[in-house]
Design a protein around this ligand. Structure first.
Ligand SMILES: Cc1cc2nc3c(=O)[nH]c(=O)nc-3n(C[C@H](O)[C@H](O)[C@H](O)COP(=O)(O)OP(=O)(O)OC[C@H]3O[C@@H](n4cnc5c(N)ncnc54)[C@H](O)[C@@H]3O)c2cc1C
Length: 469
């Protein structure tokens, strides 16, 4: 579709209605404002609207629709496919809508659509509470939550969406609604896993968990032991108590403290643990883990929940080149493990990695028809991640990632965690990911966004039948 012409007048009118700022290509800070977390993404939007409040979001949605502008929604800007931004689009940048309100007696926290998980951890930890999220604290609440949310507390508390109580949403027609179990329950169902397809979420209310300290951190093993460790982990984690989470990783030890010098830049495998049992009990629970095999590095111990949440932030600052591929996994066969080890030995750069996140435990006890998130019976979400600071290594990290994925895909359960899809994987991957829930999502898309205004995402296409909300 050709880019619609925007006259200065209409932009001036929009500016006059906003509390926040509009950034245009002629502005000095345009190049900074259009950067997203993945340094591989270079998009040139037409307007970036730094929304200060819900009124700004409503005005921006109406403006984009009335001027037939492509609309992108940006929360933390972490999406690896760069789906928080698009060429020639109006970008609703939610970053200024950053507030947190903890209600300790109701055990809830309400957070603005521009918060990162670091903002939420900071606010809730002061009260001894936590919300399950991801593993990097700079990730946006918006994208992570709407896609599902997998992290250190998944086995104990479920996915992030399993802890979402209510959302404030600006719809495609500019109306503001609430989505929860009582108000617009169909929309609430779709938001829990359906991504940014249904509206702009300006606030999220989450259930809080009494989690303060964690007994956790990485336990690393020699690469020569990887097959043995993976087989042990495969059998152990599916029957472990819910309060014990551990994701498996291939990684390269960063060349800096606190890692011992003898391990610097060594390719290794490991498990990143997070146990929410009281510390003395957690120490008991780790006895069989430590007895299985002495790790080359045992960095597991008591630490405040936000410390674990931000442990890997320094290794992964914004601006690196990222490329990834993912699948859900039901079983880790010995053959699949042999393939993993083959590619784990060939990690193409210091930052590249592979993670196997457990999604059994509490997350698996929510029925697949209860939210849009379809793969409740899979045991793991697997992601191969090629990362490097230097763009001249892109071919190397991309081909390793694709080859690794191609070798393991035949052993997978089919679809992938929607937040681990790149932007270029196509509609069939999206359909496979939503599986049995896809047609219900299309019906809800038809109701709330029949013109597909919200399409810079893993898109659920409306069927074309117009219905009113
Ligand atoms: C380093 C890194 C670590 C990660 N770790 C994890 C992890 O541990 N667990 C996990 O589950 N995922 C993880 N992810 C994936 C992450 O969940 C997705 O990349 C997610 O899209 C990021 O959300 P964001 O708000 O930062 O992204 P953005 O790029 O801002 O947005 C991503 C998408 O979500 C939509 N969106 C965002 N906010 C809103 C909103 N308020 N209303 C409507 N639509 C919205 C956008 O339209 C866009 O399509 C990680 C990603 C990275 C890069």
């Amino acid at each position: 579709m050709p880019t619609p012409k925007l006259d200065d007048n209409s932009i001036q009118q929009l500016k006059a209605t906003l509390r926040g700022r509009i950034i245009e290509p002629t502005d000095k800070d345009y190049d900074d404002a259009r950067k997203v977390y993945n340094g591989m993404i270079h998009k040139r939007p037409r307007l970036i609207v730094r929304c200060a409040d819900v009124a700004d979001v409503i005005a921006s949605v109406n403006f984009a629709r009335e001027n037939t502008l492509l609309l992108a929604i940006r929360s933390g800007g972490h999406n690896a496919g760069g789906l928080g931004i698009a060429d020639d689009a109006l970008v609703i940048d939610l970053a200024p809508i950053k507030y947190t309100r903890v209600d300790p007696s109701a055990r809830t926290v309400t957070v603005g659509g521009g918060c990162t998980w670091g903002d939420v951890d900071h606010a809730t930890h002061a009260f001894g509470f936590a919300v399950p999220s991801g593993i990097i604290s700079t990730t946006g609440v918006g994208g992570l939550t709407l896609g599902g949310g997998i992290g250190h507390l998944t086995r104990k508390c479920g996915l992030t969406i399993d802890n979402l109580i209510s959302a404030d949403v600006v719809l495609a027609d500019g109306r503001f609604v609430k989505a929860n179990a009582d108000e617009n329950p169909d929309l609430f169902w779709a938001l829990r896993g359906g991504g940014g397809n249904f509206g702009v979420v300006t606030a999220f209310t989450f259930k809080l968990h009494k989690i303060d300290m964690i007994y956790g951190g990485p336990m690393l093993y020699e690469l020569s032991e990887a097959a043995e460790v993976m087989k042990w982990y495969r059998d152990f984690i599916v029957q472990a108590p819910d309060n014990l989470n551990g994701f498996f990783a291939f990684l390269t030890v960063p060349p800096a403290p606190p890692f011992p010098e003898n391990l610097h830049l060594k390719k290794m495998c490991g498990i990143i643990w997070a146990c929410t049992a009281p510390i003395p009990k957690a120490e008991e629970m780790f006895k069989p883990i430590r007895a299985f095999k002495k790790p080359a590095l045992d960095f597991v111990g008591p630490l405040p929940q936000p410390a674990l949440q931000s442990m890997f932030d320094p290794i992964y600052p914004p601006g690196l080149q990222w490329y990834w591929r993912a699948d859900f996994v039901n079983e880790l066969s010995d053959k699949a493990i042999a393939e993993h080890v083959r590619f784990g030995k060939e990690l193409p750069s210091m930052h590249s990695t592979m993670h196997l996140y457990p999604i059994n435990g509490a997350a698996s006890r929510v029925a697949k028809q209860d939210t849009a998130w379809n793969y409740r019976d899979a045991n793991w979400a697997q992601v191969m991640v090629g990362v490097d600071p230097d763009p001249s290594n892109n071919e190397k990290i991309i081909s390793w990632t694709k080859n690794y994925y191609d070798a393991l895909h035949p052993y997978s359960a089919g679809g992938a965690y929607v937040n681990f899809l790149m932007g270029d994987e196509g509609g069939d991957r999206v359909k496979a990911t939503y599986g049995d829930n896809y047609q219900r999502l299309v019906a809800i898309k038809d109701k709330y966004d029949p013109q597909n205004l919200f399409r810079v995402n893993q898109n659920i296409k409306p069927s074309g039948t117009k219905r009113t909300a």
